[in-house]
Design a protein around this ligand. Structure first.
Ligand code: UDX
Length: 435
C-alpha cells in the first residue's frame, strides 16, 4: 500500500474545508473542493484564497500547479469521484445556542442521491455528539440502491492564524469508527502526517472535540478569574501563570490573561456543549461560569477605560487590533467589535487599525474611522486600547505615540507591553491582572 493516492472531496470550503483539502493535496492525494458559492470556486481555481491565513496562498498555488486539487460547485461529480468525503460545511449557532445542522443534513441527502460505490463519509465540522448516528440514518433512508458506506468522525483542531501549519502537523489525529474498512482507508490517508492516531468510537470522537475546546476555554477563563484576584491583591498574573504552568500537569499553554476568547469556535462550542449536556439531562453549570467570566473581561476593560476618561461622549478612542486574535482577518466574536460597539453607543469617536481585518470590520462597523497606521490612530486620541496582540504592536515607537496623543492613556488588553518601560515614557498604563 505504498504511496496510494486516495480520491477525496471536501464539502464546504470555509477555513476548515479548504485547509484540510490542501493538506491532503500536499501529501499527494487527489482532492476536489466543493462549495455552493460559485464566485468562491472561480477565485479558488484561479489561486485566490477567500480568507487570509498564513501559508494558504502558497499551498493553494502549489496544489493547483501540481493538479492535486480542483474546485467545483457540482457535488454530484465530486461524490462519484471520491473514496472519502469530508463534510466541512458550516454549523452556525441558532438563536437558541444550539447548532444549525441543516447544511450537514443537506450534504447527507446529496451523498445518498449520488453515491455509486463504497465511501467513507467523514464528519469533520464540529457537531454535537450523536450527529454521526443521525447522518448515517439520514443517508440510509434516502439511499436508492444497496450501497455500503461508513460514517466516521475525524474532528479538526485547526487554530486560525496557524491553520495550515496545524493541518500539516496535527498534534493528534482522532479517527472515530469501528469499521475496519474505514479505518484502513483513513490510516492510509494520514500515513505520511507523522502524527499520533487515536482510534475511538464515533461518539467518543465527537465528544473529544467539544470537550477539548471547552477545556481550553476553561483554562482561559480560569486564568482571567485569577487575574481579577491579582488586581485586588497586587500580584502579577504573568508571574502567577508562569508558576502555574511549570507544573507539567497544568502546562504553560493557554494561560494568557486578557480580554478573553473570541472567534468562530470557543464561544459557539462552549454554548453548544452546554446545550447538549442539558439535552442529555446533565446541568453543566461550569460551562456557564466560563462564559460569564469571559464576558466580564470585556466589560471590566470598559470600566477601566471609564475610570480613566470619566465620560466617553466626544472622546477619541484609538483601537489597535480588530481580529479576534493575531494572524487572521476573522472578526467573529472578536472582543474588539464588542468594545467598539459599546464605545460608539456611548458617543465616542473611534479610530481603528488592524493589519488584516479592516475590510471585514468596515462591513459591520461603518461608523469607525479606519486608519492606515497605528500612529494615525494615536493622533489626537484620548486613549489607546490594545485589543489584539499583533506582533507589530509590541514594537511601535511609543515615545512618538505619546507625542501624537491628546491624553497619554494606554489600556493593554493583552499584556503585551512592559509596564515599567511604558510608564517611564509618561503614559498612564493599565493592563490585565498586573499591578
Ligand atoms: C480554537 C482551537 O484552538 C482549535 O483547536 C479549534 O479547532 C478551533 O478553535 P481558534 O479559535 O482559531 O482555535 O483560536 P485559539 O488560538 O484557540 O484561541 C481562541 C481564543 O482564545 C482567541 O480569542 C485567543 O485570543 C484566546 N486566548 C487563547 C486567550 O485569551 N488566552 C490564551 O491563553 C489563549
Amino acid at each position: 500500500m505504498d504511496n496510494k493516492k486516495i480520491n477525496i472531496s471536501v464539502m464546504g470550503l470555509g477555513v476548515v474545508g479548504l485547509v484540510t483539502g490542501l493538506s491532503f493535496a500536499k501529501h499527494g492525494h487527489a482532492v476536489i473542493g466543493v462549495d455552493i458559492d460559485k464566485e468562491k470556486i472561480d477565485k479558488l481555481n484561479r489561486g485566490i484564497p477567500p480568507i487570509y491565513e498564513p501559508q494558504l496562498k502558497e499551498l493553494l498555488d502549489e496544489s493547483l500547479k501540481g493538479k492535486l486539487i480542483r474546485f467545483t460547485d457540482d457535488s454530484r461529480e465530486a461524490i462519484i469521484n471520491s473514496r472519502v468525503i469530508f463534510i466541512t460545511v458550516g454549523t452556525p449557532s441558532l438563536p437558541t445556542g444550539e447548532l444549525d445542522l441543516s447544511y450537514i443534513e443537506k450534504v447527507a441527502r446529496d451523498i445518498a442521491e449520488h453515491i455509486n460505490e463504497y465511501k467513507v463519509i467523514v464528519e469533520k465540522s464540529t457537531v454535537p455528539v450523536k450527529t454521526g448516528e443521525k447522518l448515517e440514518r439520514t443517508i440510509k433512508r434516502y439511499l436508492k440502491k444497496d450501497i455500503a458506506f461508513d460514517v466516521i468522525s475525524n474532528p479538526e483542531f485547526l487554530r486560525e492564524g496557524s491553520a495550515v501549519y496545524d493541518a500539516l502537523h496535527p498534534s493528534r489525529i482522532i479517527i472515530g469508527t469501528t469499521s475496519l474498512r474505514a479505518r484502513e482507508i483513513m490510516s492510509e490517508l494520514y500515513k505520511d502526517f507523522n502524527s499520533p492516531i487515536l482510534y475511538t468510537t464515533v461518539t467518543s470522537a465527537e465528544l473529544i472535540k467539544h470537550a477539548s475546546n471547552s477545556f481550553l476555554a476553561l483554562k482561559i477563563s480560569f486564568i482571567n478569574a485569577v487575574a481579577n484576584i491579582c488586581e485586588r491583591v497586587g500580584a502579577d498574573i504573568t508571574e502567577v501563570a508562569y508558576g502555574l504552568g511549570m507544573d507539567p500537569r497544568i502546562n504553560p499553554h493557554f494561560l494568557n490573561a486578557g480580554l478573553g476568547y473570541g472567534g468562530s469556535c470557543f464561544p459557539k462550542d462552549v454554548e453548544a456543549f452546554y446545550k447538549l449536556a442539558q439535552e442529555v439531562g446533565y446541568d453543566f453549570t461550569l460551562l456557564k461560569e466560563i462564559q460569564k467570566i469571559n464576558q466580564n473581561q470585556k466589560d471590566k476593560f470598559l470600566q477601566k477605560l471609564q475610570e480613566e476618561l470619566w465620560i466617553f461622549k466626544d472622546k477619541t478612542i484609538g483601537i489597535l487590533g480588530i481580529s479576534f486574535k493575531p494572524d487572521t482577518d476573522d472578526i467573529r466574536e472578536s472582543p474588539s467589535i464588542y468594545i467598539m460597539k459599546k464605545l460608539l453607543e456611548n458617543g465616542a469617536h473611534i479610530k481603528a487599525y488592524d493589519p488584516k481585518a479592516m475590510e471585514n470590520a468596515k462591513k459591520v462597523l461603518p461608523n469607525v474611522e479606519y486608519c492606515n497606521t497605528p500612529y494615525e490612530v494615536a493622533h489626537n486620541a484620548d486613549a489607546l486600547l490594545i485589543i489584539t496582540e499583533w506582533e507589530e504592536f509590541k514594537n511601535l515607537d511609543y515615545a512618538k505615540i505619546k507625542q501624537l496623543m491628546r491624553q497619554s492613556v494606554v489600556l493593554d488588553g493583552r499584556n503585551i507591553l512592559n509596564p515599567e518601560q511604558i510608564r517611564k515614557l509618561g503614559f498612564i498604563y493599565r493592563s490585565i491582572g498586573r499591578p
